[in-house]
Design a protein. Sequence first.
Length: 81
Amino acid sequence: MPGLFYDGGYMMGMHGLGWLVLLVLLAGVFIFGRSRYADREDDRRETPHEVLRRRLARGEITVAEYEERKALLDRDSGRSA
């Protein structure tokens, strides 16, 4: 009964093609996972000055409020206007 348990290596674990399929599947998952996060533009946090400019552009604050808050940010951060 040697053919029952050992069939010339054919039934020994995963076949060569099975390993290839598994490898391709894992590579696809890895590449898809990385590309999903690479496309995000909002990964970078906005600075307080960028938030202030965006709020002014949207009309959420007036020019006077913008200048007042910018002066406070510049003073606190040690920036020169």
